[in-house]
Design a protein around this ligand. Structure first.
Ligand code: BG6
Length: 470
């Protein structure tokens, strides 16, 4: 297997760990509001306290050090830094992230900073409908520049946006995330604005000569055709055009795929894409340093007639067996794959899909790849203060082997981060869907941290550069 050194890390997001949602001058985010609306999250769970990482980050970093973790990916909460999104800066917010970064560096852990993991300042939603407005490009770029000013140099890896494809589709098509709309045209507009934000921030980073590497992370779900029949292969083509290539080409090629452009245009829902937009996007496509991908699962695609399946909400309670065919009538539908395993939340477990994705992205974009999330959400059982999560070890092992294999097959894979280091809040699934190496007992107000078996497993992954998985 390959000897190439990968940076081994683990990830989190501000809203899912920090807590302290209204402390020390932080402004409200759209998620602070959303979770308080009845019925929006699993049993009304919220991130008011989460894992209390805001107050306990030193203890968490000590656990990372104990493991030998090489990189910790966390996000900065925009409203903690700039409570209204624009204007006055909250010094306590700067101090918090500054201390976190210093503590990581003192412990030989590389900070990997995500600038946006979904917690938009609520005031920008009120002011101009958040992601629906092009005004966000200038405001976000100013926020990013504030981060470069304070943390630049100390931070070498920057992820601008986390999963723009997820927060726009769940926010504007499925109404499962704020602002809770169901409008395909709005989704395309919001997504286009994310591409402009990404591009504008890459440009600023490069023009200011900030040291380090920059990119954004897309949730990447490869799709297989359910059969070799031409109508199923056609469905796969249309999925790639309107989903995977739509999301990735705009960031990493600087243009949108033509068939999908024509399709959205004839539906009258294509956003305005100016020549200046395309110029900016092309600049970013050329200069972004890596492609971030979050990989959890694959999908299987089949022909979907014009009166066929439409987009469906998905399992958020962990009662297995709720898989529903879901898709875009006339284009494709996602179908059950009997050849692979599924999690309790009906997510396909498909390590080969990761290898397939890495090769696909490498072939198409020729850039270094940074896996910024991969992991298994599961119910864990605490027994005698121990958690035997062999299923998580198996999941990670199988995916890490594919990472190493991808390098042998020519992929420039630079980093692998699991989701997540400690257990944390799952946006829609509450605290019962766990991903961490460190168990947190959320029923105990002391929020005790307990190492799982997977903690020791990943310690060995890091020590052997993944060789213990082969
Ligand atoms: C990714 C997000 O979509 O998946 C994370 O970037 C999220 O924030 C993770 O928690 C797992 O998703 P879920 O819904 O199982 O918590």
């Amino acid at each position: 297997m390959s000897d190439k050194k990968i940076l081994w890390g683990s990830a989190s997001a501000a809203y899912q760990v920090e807590g302290a949602f209204d402390q020390d001058g932080k402004g409200p985010s759209i998620w602070d509001r959303w979770v308080k609306l009845p019925g929006k999250t699993f049993e009304g769970t919220n991130g008011d306290i989460a894992t209390d990482h805001y107050h306990r980050f030193k203890e968490d970093v000590a656990l990372m050090k104990d493991m030998g973790l090489e990189a910790y990916r966390f996000s900065i909460s925009w409203p903690r830094l700039i409570p209204d999104g624009v204007g006055e800066v909250n010094q306590a917010g700067i101090d918090f992230y500054s201390q976190l970064i210093d503590t990581l560096i003192e412990n030989q852990i590389e900070p990997v900073v995500t600038l946006y993991h979904w917690d938009l300042p609520a005031s920008l939603q009120d002011k101009y409908d958040g992601w629906l407005s092009r005004d966000i490009v200038a405001d976000f770029t100013q926020y990013a520049e504030l981060c470069f000013k304070h943390f630049g140099g100390r931070v070498k890896y920057w992820i601008i946006l986390n999963e723009p494809n997820i927060f726009t589709s769940l926010g504007y098509i499925l109404a499962m995330h704020p602002p809770g709309h169901t409008d395909q045209k709005e989704y395309l507009q919001a997504y286009h604005n994310t591409a402009l934000v990404h591009a504008s921030v890459v440009k600023s980073f490069k023009e200011k000569n900030i040291p380090g590497m920059i990119g954004s992370s897309i949730a990447y779900t490869p799709g297989y055709a359910v059969s070799q029949e031409h109508w199923d292969k056609e469905a796969q083509y249309k999925y790639y055009q309107t989903v995977n290539w739509w999301h990735c080409d705009s960031y990493y090629k600087g243009s949108y795929p033509q068939w999908a452009m024509d399709y959205f245009k004839q539906l009258g829902i294509l956003p305005e894409i100016t020549s200046e937009d395309l110029e900016l996007m092309a600049y970013a496509a050329k200069h972004a340093d890596f492609i971030g991908i979050n990989y959890y699962q694959s999908t299987t695609l089949a022909y979907n007639p014009i009166d066929g399946a439409s987009m469906e909400k998905f399992n958020t309670d962990g009662v297995k067996g709720q898989f529903k065919e879901s898709g875009i009538p006339g284009l494709y539908k996602n179908v059950y794959n009997p050849h692979i395993r599924y999690t309790d939340w009906d997510w396909a477990i498909d390590p080969d899909g990761l290898l397939y994705s890495l090769k696909e992205l490498n072939d198409r974009y020729h850039k270094p790849l940074f896996i910024s999330e991969n992991g298994l959400g599961a119910f864990d059982v605490l027994e005698n203060n121990e958690i035997h999560d062999g299923y998580r070890i198996d999941y990670l092992k199988e995916h890490i082997v594919r990472c190493k294999q991808s390098i042998l097959e020519g992929v420039d894979l630079i980093a692998y981060c699991t989701w997540s280091f400690t257990d944390l809040l799952s946006w829609l699934n509450g605290f019962q869907k766990r991903y961490g190496f460190v168990y947190i007992d959320f029923l105990d107000p002391g929020l005790p941290r307990i190492k799982k078996d997977s903690f020791v497993f990943y310690q060995e992954v890091i020590r052997t550069n993944g060789d213990n998985c082969e």
